[in-house]
Design a protein around this ligand. Structure first.
Ligand code: SF4
Length: 357
């Protein structure tokens, strides 16, 4: 099985997916792509949340034309999502797209595929083959009867072969299914079949809550197996939430080096402070921090001090007050009303120290 580090590095704009590069977080716009103002506004919010690559649908001529203007106003690579119509792919490429998601086997006649591949080659643009359990080719459904991991991998190989025959290798592959065990099996088998980078995703995963759980189960399993070079959490929610979930997932597996982590206790009858609101406020506060610090928020003095000592900075609650810990040392006691302000101040000090080293 090809570990993520053994995959072929593929350039996407100023980033590289695959090889020894970090796992990259992606999302997709919910706006009409032709509405440049709304699309750019959404992309800028995604950038601020930490999104590294963003995809837009290119389903008509107006959307393909909008790419030129969108590109001028954003700072991360832009991917066009195209189904069937090679003229839209050519227009997107002409207008400066950084990556094209299209399945070459669905484009039609050979010369149409060749035209897209030629345009991508000339500009160094990669192609993502997006296999989806819900839209497998008829010849595979006839062979397998219904979507299976084997059918999905065969679909990926069918599209890969078309590109390889044209000596095109800047390929990224996704094998998405809403059935989590099927997606895990498909990605695992794919990692044995080829060494192109894998874009992970559980498609149609659901709303923020259910989608985050399903995606964490599926993508987390694959990340833990050493698979996946880029990922998208698909949620029926604001796409910024997709990035928040993606960041948390990557942090869980130590696959992100520039994010702060919060440790907070579940609380119990020993709780002496308003921990839920403090933990939520701290989580919001550290969301945009770009250094790998660990902040702990513990409810009481029983387990609190021990846990707080493991973190760079932390608090452990006591009756009406809290103990503030920095690098394992209790630095002072603070009244509960000032706890959050003091903790934020100490977080700022630690972040500044990190940034200066
Ligand atoms: Fe309960 Fe204290 Fe543990 Fe929090 S740290 S769960 S309040 S014992």
């Amino acid at each position: 099985m090809f570990h993520r580090k053994d995959t072929r590095p593929v350039r996407v704009g100023d980033l590289t997916i695959g090889g020894s590069n970090e796992v990259i977080m992606q999302s997709m716009c919910t706006t009409k792509t032709a509405d440049v103002k709304a699309t750019v506004a959404e992309i800028l919010r995604l950038e601020e949340a930490g999104c590294q690559i963003v995809r837009v649908t290119v389903n008509n001529k107006e959307a393909a034309e909008a790419i030129k203007e969108i590109k001028k106003q954003i700072h991360i690579p832009l991917v066009s999502d195209i189904h069937f119509d090679h003229r839209l792919a050519l227009a997107a490429i002409e207008n400066g797209i950084d990556k094209v998601r299209i399945n070459p086997g669905n484009i039609g006649r050979r010369e149409k595929v060749e035209a897209v591949v030629k345009a991508c080659k000339e500009r160094g643009i990669p192609i993502r083959i997006g296999v989806n359990a819900g839209s497998l080719e008829n010849h595979l459904l006839e062979k397998y009867g219904y979507p299976t991991p084997e059918a999905m991998v065969e679909s990926a190989l069918f599209h890969i072969n078309i590109l390889e025959e044209l000596d095109f290798h800047d390929i990224i592959v996704s094998l998405k299914a809403s059935d989590v065990p099927m997606a895990i099996a498909a990605y695992s088998q794919a990692a044995k079949a080829f060494n192109y980078p894998l874009h992970l995703g559980i498609t149609e995963a659901g709303t923020l809550f259910t989608g985050a759980v399903k995606s964490a189960a599926g993508i987390g399993t694959l990340l833990n197996m050493g698979l996946g070079n880029t990922l998208r959490i698909s949620l029926s929610a604001d796409p910024v939430e997709e990035i928040k979930v993606a960041r948390e997932l990557l942090k869980t597996f130590g696959l992100i080096t520039n994010a702060a982590t919060l440790v907070s206790c579940p609380t119990c009858g020993r709780l002496d402070i308003d921990l839920f609101s403090i933990a939520n406020e701290v989580e919001d506060y550290i969301a945009k921090i770009k250094v790998p610090i660990k902040v702990s928020v513990l409810g009481c003095a029983v387990n609190g001090p021990g846990e707080a000592r493991e973190a760079d900075i932390g608090i452990a609650g006591a009756r009406g007050e809290g103990m503030l810990f920095r690098y394992g040392e209790m630095i002072r006691k603070v009244p509960e009303a000032e706890l959050l302000t003091e903790l934020k101040r100490e977080i700022d000090v630690i972040v500044k120290a990190y940034e200066e080293t």
